[in-house]
Ligand binder design. Structure first.
Ligand code: DON
Length: 303
């Protein structure tokens, strides 16, 4: 397995030249575009990693399915999906177009939907809410050291007006409640948590194992919630590239503009890949190529 990972890294690393670093959040543009890491964890708990799998990067949108799980656990399935839909948009992740009208976001994987989801996290104040999000991420990643990257957070906060506008409109239309600035602040923090490939592979392994932690063998997420989130990752996780990704790779996955992609192979593996150069949709270009190679060589597609 380690040899296959090394091969896929070597065969695909050069694709970074076809992508670009996220520059709309200035702190993300400082990443090393050549960096690549891969981590795979099977549901027996064995792990295989290569390249810069211990390099830290901002979780960004890979956080969306994880916060969604917590929001469903904090409320319930109907409450959450009354406010946020489950349909792909075919639009960019930060698009405002389909919010007109009722303002119910199409799905929880785009920014509008994720902000609405974050607004449903329980806690007496933002500090407690963020602590709960961080602790949940730590639990799934099996890493107590996960923390906020302050520079990314501040950069995101400074340049997050599109997200603010999505949130203010959703508040106006009754989709979200409470102080909009606090809600987007919590969302910026959630996106700025530093992770490694290994961390997101561990998170994905819990999903692959249908909600049971492969190492402790304890259930952390109900089977039903795990199934819903894995389904949404499959249909919406790669934004307006979810369809071609399903054809080429065929795995439930979630990308983030920090360069990470978290993917899961049902009852087999959690996978984390990192490569900060992005395609025009905001997905790691090297990450997608690596997942395609792994899927073909190991026959992983669910379709
Ligand atoms: O809200 C944003 O724009 C970022 N914090 C997260 C977006 C993101 O990661 C989209 N992913 N590909």
């Amino acid at each position: 397995m380690n040899a296959i990972l090394r091969d896929s890294l070597k065969n695909n690393q050069a694709y970074y030249k076809e992508g670009e670093l996220a520059n709309y959040i200035p702190a993300l543009a400082k990443a090393d575009s050549k960096a690549v890491g891969i981590s795979m964890i099977d549901i027996e708990g064995n792990s295989y990693s290569t390249g810069e799998y211990e390099k830290k990067f901002a979780i960004q949108s890979v956080s969306k399915p994880i916060t969604l799980i917590l929001a469903i656990m904090d409320n319930d399935i109907d409450f959450v999906f009354n406010k946020v839909g489950v349909e792909p948009t075919g639009d960019p992740f930060n698009s405002i177009i389909k919010l007109t009208g009722s303002a119910k976001p199409y799905n929880p994987m785009i920014n509008a939907g994720a902000i609405a989801v974050t607004s449903m996290i329980k806690g007496k104040d933002n500090e407690e809410k963020f602590k709960r999000i961080l602790n949940f991420f730590r639990k799934l990643a099996k890493n107590d050291k996960l923390k906020l990257d302050q520079e990314i957070y501040l950069s995101e906060k400074e340049t997050g007006d599109r997200n603010r506008s999505l949130a203010y409109y959703m508040k106006d239309q009754g989709i979200i409640e409470g102080d909009v600035e606090e809600i987007v602040d919590l969302y910026f923090k959630q996106c700025s948590i530093e992770v490694t490939c290994k961390d997101i592979a561990n998170m994905a392994a819990v999903l692959a194992n249908q909600g049971v932690d492969p190492i402790t063998e304890k259930r952390v997420i109900s089977k039903k919630i795990a199934r819903i989130v894995r389904t949404l990752m499959t249909t919406c996780g790669m934004y307006d590239k979810s369809g071609s990704f399903a054809i080429e790779v065929g795995l439930a996955a979630k990308s983030g503009v920090g360069g990470g992609i978290m993917a899961e192979v049902p009852k087999k593996f959690g996978i984390g890949v990192y490569g900060p150069a992005l395609d025009d949709k905001g997905n790691s270009i090297v990450g997608m190529k690596i997942l395609k190679e792994l899927s073909q060589r190991l026959n992983l597609s669910i379709f």
